[in-house]
Design a protein around this ligand. Structure first.
Ligand code: ZN
Ligand code: ZN
Length: 107
């Protein structure tokens, strides 16, 4: 059985995408390569995009992590399809403020 796991390197084994930055990688995001594929871009905490930007797929020309642009990147990321939401059957709100799915027998 081939040891496929060895090719799936953990993000922490990548250097920050900014040339010469020695810091440990904390985040990654996707950059478009062509119509069908994207590549991961890794960055340390100091050279990270905002969380919202990091959740999106960036243009091939995206400049991140360019310190002149951070915490933005200068490109217009692709809009991801909205997450599929589970149907809400009903909720109950507890006195503590928690909103929980309603128990089946309560519907
Ligand atoms: Zn860095
Ligand atoms: Zn970008």
């Amino acid at each position: 059985m081939p040891d496929d796991l060895t090719v799936q390197a953990a993000p922490s084994s990548h250097p920050c995408a900014l040339d010469g930055c020695p810091e440990a990688v904390l985040v990654q995001w996707q950059r478009r390569i062509d119509e069908d594929s994207t590549a991961a871009v890794y960055a340390c905490g100091r050279h990270a995009l905002t969380l919202d930007l990091a959740a999106q797929v960036h243009a091939a020309t995206c400049g991140a992590p360019d310190p002149k642009l951070l915490p933005e990147c200068g490109c217009t990321p692709e809009t991801l399809p909205p997450p599929i939401e589970a149907p809400v059957l009903g909720t109950v709100t507890l006195p503590t403020g928690w909103t929980l799915p309603a128990p089946m027998e309560a519907l």
